[in-house]
Write a protein that binds this ligand. Structure first.
Ligand code: ADP
Ligand code: MG
Length: 276
């Protein structure tokens, strides 16, 4: 916590002053061999913020999310989740590694993750997918976990699919189940990596609506998306990543309607597609 309070002096004062910070990413860098994928990324997500991350394929969006929930370890830089600095060090091979496994498990449990490919457990029903982590990670009683899961599945419009296996669901239903599964952990922050990119076009809207409802309930989220109209509606902040750097960031209206850099202008002109 000490280091975190030291950092407050460096955080620009904004209208959010006084709002707790859910996530602070400071100058993280990540390379794979000779490929520099993240080149000094800094981000602040205040509680209730919805940050959309835009960028061409290969710009480092997934790697950034993976560095935040420690599926990858950044080579340098700092990540704080609700003020807690994730401890990292360098091993004998010169690789960055998390230092404290228990901290990693604890922090990961506080971060929801929703992937492009849903990643539901195929051998479990929808309900079983949603209650698994609350029972085994949070230690909830089975009955309590089921009650909570039923509420969440109702919220994402899947009350009638509790006993279905993922293979019997549409992609949109699978993704809504995956969102319910993430919510069941009552995370401080949910990371979405292109949640609608694997869906048939007619199923995109139902998933975006669910995410939009979460935004209006004040859920803090970091969302990689190519759905620009959705980004405009839902974001408090939009970030455009280009070749591992933040090229532009700001209010969605500014970033989407008033792009400054040639790269962002080019990206936007190639990406306006659907409306919801
Ligand atoms: P995006 O999500 O923006 O499409 P990624 O973060 O997935 O981009 O990837 C950025 C770059 O890093 C790409 O060139 C990709 O091939 C490379 N990359 C990602 N993960 C790995 C890995 N584990 N090993 C090697 N290269 C990787
Ligand atoms: Mg990606």
């Amino acid at each position: 916590m000490e280091a975190f309070s030291d950092l407050f002096g460096q955080i620009p004062m904004t209208i959010n002053e006084g709002t707790p910070i859910s996530l602070l990413v400071e100058n993280i860098c990540k390379r794979f061999g000779s490929l520099e994928v993240l080149r000094g990324i800094s981000l602040t997500a205040y509680e209730n913020d919805v940050i959309t991350l835009l960028g061409a394929s290969g710009s480092g969006k997934s790697t950034l999310l993976r560095c935040i929930n420690l599926l990858e370890t950044p080579d340098s830089g700092k990540v704080y989740v609700r003020g807690e600095l994730i401890e990292m060090s360098t091993n004998r091979d010169g690789q960055a590694v998390p230092t404290n496994r228990r901290q990693v498990s604890r922090i990961r449990a506080r971060l929801g993750m929703v992937f492009q490919q849903f990643n539901l457990w195929s051998h479990l029903t929808v309900l079983q997918n949603v209650i698994e982590a609350p029972i085994h990670v949070l230690g909830l009683q089975r009955r309590e976990a089921i009650e909570r899961a039923q509420e969440l599945l109702e919220k994402v419009g899947l009350s009638d699919k509790l006993d279905y296996y993922p293979s019997h669901l549409s992609g949109g239903q699978e993704q809504r189940a995956a969102i319910a599964r993430a919510l069941a952990m009552e995370p401080d922050l949910i990371l979405f990596d292109e949640p609608t990119s694997a869906l048939d076009p007619e199923l995109v809207g139902e998933v975006l609506k669910v995410i939009q409802n979460l935004a209006s309930e004040g859920c803090t989220m970091l969302i990689v998306t190519h759905e620009l109209n959705f980004a405009r509606d839902v974001s408090s902040q939009t970030v455009f990543l280009d070749q591992g750097r933040i090229e532009e960031q700001g209010s969605p209206d500014n970033v989407l309607d008033n792009p400054q850099s040639e790269r962002l202008k080019r990206f936007l002109s190639g990406n306006y597609r659907r409306t919801i």
